[in-house]
Design a binder for this molecule. Structure first.
Ligand code: PEP
Ligand code: MG
Length: 764
C-alpha cells in the first residue's frame, strides 16, 4: 500500500504510480475477452495486489437495496453470491447508505460490524470501504481489509475511490456485468441453478428463451361474428398443425410420447373448449380475449384438484392456449417466434407443451431447461424420446438467463451453469468429450458378455417401463429387462389402459426384446406414484400407505386385468411376474392364487397360456428379511428393490433430499442385509437379482458381486460402466475379503472397497 510520503516539490502525486497501474490493469482487464464474473474476479485480485491488501471485495446493490457479495479476493470464495447484507446492515451497508468512505482500524469491534461466518473475515481488523457511485446513485461498495489494526492513509482512500469511479463506469456500460442497470447485475454473472435431471446427458450451447406467451391487449370487440370466424379458422389451423406433428416420421412409432400427443390432440379437438370460447366472444370479447378468459376459468377449476394428473392436463391446456394465441397473432401454425436458432440451442422455458418442443429444429437443439416441469411432465417424456439432455424444476432459471447467454446443461447432476466462466466451459467441454470417448468404448463392449477375470458370469439387465425404453436393450447389450415398471405406462396415460391396450403393450415389449427375458412387475401404484384416474385417499404417510400389492389385493379388479393381459401377451412364451412391496408371505400366496385363477380361466376357454410362468417377490420391506426361509420356497425368484429397502431400513424418505443421502448403502448394516438375502437365495437355490439404483453404480455393483449377487438390473446408461467394472474384477478375491469384513467389520466399507478397486485396477 502506498504510504503518505513527506511533502515534496515534485509535480507527481505520490499516489500516482499505484493509480496509474490500477487504471492500466483495469483497462487491460476490460479489453480481454471474458465474461462479467471473471472480470470482477480479476479486478479484486489486482486491487488487492496493488494496494497490498489481504482482502478486496465488491458488493453490488440489488433491487431491494440489499448488498450482495459479487467478487472477493481473500474472503471465502463460497460466500460470493451467498453473503447478503440488508439495506444499511454492517459497515458495508452503512457505507452504501451514507455514500461516504468508512475507514476503521478495528472493524471487528465497531458496533455496526455485521459478522458473517461464511466469509471468514473475523481475522481482518482494518477495513476501508468506498461507495461505487454513478450519477448520485450508489451501485455498490468496494472494500479492502487487512489483518493488522491500522487506519488507511488518505492516499489509500483516494486510490480506492478513483478505482470505484472507474468501476462504476464499466458497470453501467455493461463491460463488467454486461448490463446497464445496477439492479440487473445478477443477470450478468455466472450462476448455477440446481434442478432435476429429466433426460440424461450433457449439453453446451446458447440459451434460447421459449416465450410462449402472446400478450393480449385487446379484449373487447364489437363484431362477435368476425371474431368467432377468426377463432374457428385459428382452431382449425391449430388442430391441423398437431395432426401433422403426429404424422411426423420419428414420432410415428408407438410409444408413450405418442400417447402424450394423442391426449394433447384430444384437448385440441375438444368441442367444449371451442364452445366456451365462442360463448365468451358472444359476450363481447375478442378471439384472443376469449382464449385467455377460458384458459383462466379452466385453470382456476383445475387448480382446485390436488393431484398431479390435473396439473399435467393444465399444462397441456396452457400450452394449447398459448399456441392458439400465436396462431391468432399471425404466427405460422403456432410456430415458435424464434427465427434464427443458434446451432447449439439450449431451450429455456418456464414450462412448455410437448408439441412446442417439436416446433424447434431438432438438428439445432442441444438441451432443454424447464423451470416448472418435472420428470413426469409430457414435455420431459418427449425430450427423453428425442434424446435431448434436459433438466426440470430448475427454480429461478428464467430470472437469471438472457437470450443468447452461454449455458451448460449437466443433466447428470442436475446443474444448469448460466454464463459459465471459461474455466467451467473448458472443464465441461473435456467432460463431454470424455463421455463421448467412454461411450465409444462402451459400445465396443456391447456384445461382450459380462464375465469377471476369474470367469464368473454376471448378468446385467436393464430397468424399463415405457415402450420407448425397450430399444435400449439392444443398444446397451444388456442380458434382458430385469425390471419392467408397468405402472409408468399407466401413469402417462390419460385414461386407464384397457385390457386390449395392455395386451398390445406387453406383446410389443416382448416382441422387441426377442429372446431376452423380461420381468414384468405388477402395478406398483399408490404412494408417490399416483394414477390420474384412480381416486386415492389422502394419506399422511403415503410411502407407508395403501400402495402396490396392498392396493392390488384390496382392489383385485385392476390386478386381475393386468395379469390377464400379461398371460395373453406371453402366450407360448415365458412369463416372469414380479410382485412389488411384498411385506408378508401371505401376500405372495394371495397373489399366486389370483394368478392361478386367471390362468385356469384362460385354459378353460382354450386359450394358450404362457409356456412357463415364474412368480417372484421384491424384497423392499425389511420384515421379509426375517421370513426368507418361509418365503423362498413359495417364489420362483427374488429381486431386491434396494431403493425402497434402504428407505425403510434407514427410515429415510428416498424423495426427501435432506435425509435420502444421509445413510450409505455401503455401510455395514445394509451390506449385511443384502448378504443375508444372497445367502438365503443360494440355500434355497432361487435366482436372485437386485434392481435398485445402487446396481448402476460401479463401486456399489462391485460390492454386490462381492456379496454373491450374479444378476443386477440398472438404467440402460449404466450397463457400459458396470460391464467395464465386471470385466476388470477378480470376483473370488473380492468375495474372500469382503464377506468376512461384512460379518465382522463396523461402520462404512466404502473407503475399503475403493481401495480394493484401486489396488486391483478395477474400473469403477
Ligand atoms: C426399488 O424400490 O428399488 C425399485 C426398484 O422399485 P421402485 O424404484 O420402482 O420403487
Ligand atoms: Mg420400490
Amino acid at each position: 500500500m502506498q504510504k503518505k510520503g513527506p511533502e515534496t516539490q515534485t509535480q507527481i502525486s505520490p499516489t500516482e504510480p499505484a493509480m496509474r497501474i490500477i487504471m492500466r490493469r483495469l483497462r487491460e482487464i476490460m479489453a480481454e475477452p471474458s465474461d462479467g464474473q471473471s472480470r470482477l474476479d480479476k479486478i479484486v485480485r489486482q486491487i488487492a495486489g496493488l494496494m497490498v491488501a489481504e482482502v478486496c471485495s465488491i458488493y453490488l446493490k440489488r433491487l431491494d437495496g440489499s448488498l450482495e457479495l459479487f467478487a472477493t479476493e481473500g474472503l471465502n470464495p463460497g460466500a460470493v453470491h451467498n453473503t447478503l447484507l440488508k439495506r444499511g446492515e454492517g459497515l458495508v451497508g452503512r457505507c452504501a447508505e451514507l455514500a461516504v468512505p468508512i475507514n476503521e482500524p478495528d472493524a471487528q469491534n465497531h458496533p455496526a460490524f455485521a459478522y458473517r461466518p461464511e466469509t471468514g473475515e473475523e481475522i481482518y481488523h482494518s477495513f476501508l470501504a468506498v461507495p461505487i457511485l454513478r450519477g448520485g446513485d450508489v451501485l455498490g461498495v468496494l472494500t479492502v481489509q487487512n489483518r493488522t489494526e491500522k487506519e488507511y492513509s488518505d492516499e489509500d482512500v483516494e486510490v480506492l475511490q478513483t478505482t470505484a469511479m472507474v468501476l462504476a463506469e464499466h458497470l453501467v456500460s455493461g463491460s463488467v456485468a454486461g448490463v446497464n442497470s445496477a439492479t440487473e447485475f445478477s443477470r450478468a454473472v455466472a450462476h448455477v441453478v440446481r434442478g432435476q435431471p429429466i433426460s440424461e446427458g450433457l449439453a453446451l450451447g446458447h440459451a434460447v428463451l421459449h416465450d410462449a406467451r402472446v400478450v393480449v391487449t385487446q379484449f373487447k370487440s364489437e363484431d362477435p361474428v368476425a371474431e368467432s370466424e377468426r377463432l374457428e379458422v385459428a382452431v382449425e389451423e391449430l388442430k391441423a398443425s398437431i395432426d401433422e406433428m403426429l404424422e411426423q416420421g420419428d414420432l410415428n412409432m408407438s410409444g408413450e410420447h405418442r400417447e402424450v400427443f394423442e391426449a394433447y390432440r384430444m384437448f385440441a379437438h375438444d368441442r367444449g373448449w371451442l364452445r366456451r370460447m365462442k360463448e365468451a366472444i358472444r359476450r363481447g370479447m375478442t378471439a384472443e380475449g376469449a382464449v385467455e378468459r377460458v384458459q383462466n376459468d379452466t385453470r382456476s377449476r383445475m387448480l382446485r384438484q390436488a393431484d398431479a394428473y390435473w396439473h399435467e392436463r393444465l399444462k397441456d391446456l396452457d400450452a394449447l392456449s398459448d399456441r392458439l394465441l400465436r396462431v391468432l397473432s399471425g404466427g405460422a401454425r403456432g410456430q415458435s417466434p424464434v427465427a434464427d436458432l443458434p446451432h447449439d440451442t439450449i431451450l429455456v422455458a418456464r414450462s412448455m407443451g410437448p408439441a412446442d418442443l417439436l416446433d424447434y429444429d431438432r438438428a439445432k437443439l442441444r438441451g432443454l431447461v424447464l423451470e416448472e416441469s418435472g420428470g413426469q411432465s409430457h414435455v420431459a417424456i418427449v425430450a427423453r424420446a428425442l434424446g435431448i439432455p434436459a433438466i426440470g424444476n430448475a427454480r429461478g432459471v428464467i430470472d437469471r438467463v438472457d437470450q443468447g447467454n452461454p449455458i451448460i446443461v449437466d443433466a447428470l447432476s442436475g446443474e444448469v451453469h448460466i454464463r459459465p466462466s471459461t474455466g467451467v466451459i473448458t472443464a465441461y467441454g473435456d467432460k463431454a468429450r470424455f463421455r463421448a470417448r467412454r461411450h465409444r468404448k462402451y459400445r465396443t463392449l456391447r456384445d461382450k458378455p459380462a464375465v469377471t477375470k476369474d470367469g464368473q458370469r454376471v448378468e446385467l439387465h436393464i430397468n424399463a417401463g415405457l415402450e420407448v425404453d425397450v430399444p435400449h436393450l439392444v443398444e446397451s447389450g444388456a442380458d434382458g429387462i430385469g425390471l419392467f415398471r408397468t405402472e409408468l405406462q399407466f401413469m402417462v396415460s390419460s385414461t386407464l389402459p384397457r385390457l386390449e391396450r395392455q395386451v398390445e403393450m406387453y406383446s410389443h415389449v416382448l416382441d422387441r426384446a426377442k429372446t431376452k427375458p423380461v420381468v414384468f412387475r405388477t402395478l406398483d401404484v399408490g404412494g408417490d406414484k399416483a394414477l390420474p384416474y384412480l381416486r386415492q385417499p389422502v394419506e399422511e404417510n403415503p410411502a407407508l400407505g395403501w400402495r402396490a400389492i396392498r392396493l392390488a389385493l384390496d382392489r383385485p379388479g385392476l390386478m386381475r386385468t393386468q395379469v390377464r393381459a400379461l398371460l395373453r401377451a406371453t402366450a407360448g412364451r415365458e412369463l416372469r411376474l414380479l410382485l412389488p412391496m411384498v411385506t408378508t408371505v401371505g401376500e405372495v400366496e394371495m397373489s399366486r392364487a389370483l394368478i392361478e385363477r386367471e390362468l385356469t380361466l384362460m385354459r378353460r376357454r382354450g386359450a394358450p397360456g404362457p409356456k412357463a410362468m415364474h412368480i417372484g417377490a421384491m424384497i423392499e420391506v425389511p420384515s421379509l428379511l426375517y421370513e426368507l426361509d418361509t418365503l423362498l420356497p413359495r417364489v420362483d425368484f427374488l429381486s431386491v428393490g434396494s431403493n425402497d429397502l434402504l428407505q425403510y431400513l434407514f427410515a429415510a424418505d428416498r424423495n426427501n433430499e435432506r435425509v435420502s443421502g444421509r445413510y450409505d448403502v455401503l455401510g455395514a448394516a445394509p451390506l449385511r442385509a443384502l448378504a443375508a438375502i444372497a445367502d438365503a437365495a443360494k440355500r434355497h437355490d432361487r435366482p436372485l437379482s437386485l434392481c435398485g439404483e445402487m446396481a448402476g453404480r460401479p463401486l456399489e455393483a462391485m460390492a454386490l458381486i462381492g456379496l454373491g449377487y450374479r444378476s443386477i438390473s440398472m438404467a440402460p446408461v449404466s450397463v457400459g460402466p458396470v460391464k467395464s467394472m465386471v470385466l476388470s474384477l477378480d470376483a473370488d478375491a473380492l468375495q474372500r475379503w469382503l464377506m468376512p469384513a461384512v460379518e465382522t467389520g463396523e461402520g462404512n466399507l466404502r473407503a475399503r472397497l475403493k481401495r480394493f478397486a484401486e489396488e486391483q485396477n478395477v474400473e469403477i
